[in-house]
Design a protein around this ligand. Sequence first.
Ligand code: 6PG
Length: 253
Amino acid sequence: MTLRVPEVRRFADKEAVSRAAADEFARAARAATAARGRFTVALSGGSTPKRLYELLTGAPWRDVVDWGAVEIFFGDERRVPPDDPDSNYHMANQAMLEALPIPASRIHRMETERPNLDVAALGYEATLSRVFGVPAGSATPPCFDLVFLGLGPDGHTASLFPHTAALRETRRWCVPNWVPQKETHRMTLTYPVLNHAAEVIFLVAGEDKAAPLAEVLEGASDPERLPSQRIRPVDGKLVFLIDSAAAAKLARF
Ligand code: 6PG
């Protein structure tokens, strides 16, 4: 198991982080499409990636990606309908998906509006199994070409929140997760999938991320309290694209 040291790239501001992320998206998409005829990516939610998604709908990035070969997944989703302002799908759809020629059959939304969230999570696993051609329940999870993640002020990523049950999932690829801190259920990809990706990119910007980022990258290992620490792709690349505000408390970067 070759755990690599994270690659940390620091930029002046969030716009520069977003442009660098768009470059990475285009690079990874072109490489995967050339090698395997398609590009599988999991989008992160929250607010940070919105600018990245907006940039991808314009030049130069729009023109260099074969959007018909892109398979869009999500790292996590809130327990809201797809047209809810809090929905990660809604944010990505408005910022990017509805403006790009991606076949609807290749946009895989987490259906968290369904009555039974566990059935919905199993359905998402079935979609992962079908698209990646990996039997559900297989010990070898799907391997995303690229996963985008964010970092919460409490050190969470996707919907892997501190001290929640999903942190301890070692077999399933997608699970519901009760988040007492927010008194809500979420759905999230799990460490087995996230740590099997070919590349994971954290987008971290803003001064409210300086403290958690310093703890995650330079603090003592405490992944129950800082779930982002346990994102360590087994054979993949781990990249942090950060702005100066988020880097303010780092000693080494
Ligand atoms: C979510 C995200 C979550 C997000 C972080 C950072 O559903 O909220 O998936 O993991 O990436 O909370 O969010 P911001 O980018 O809004 O700070």
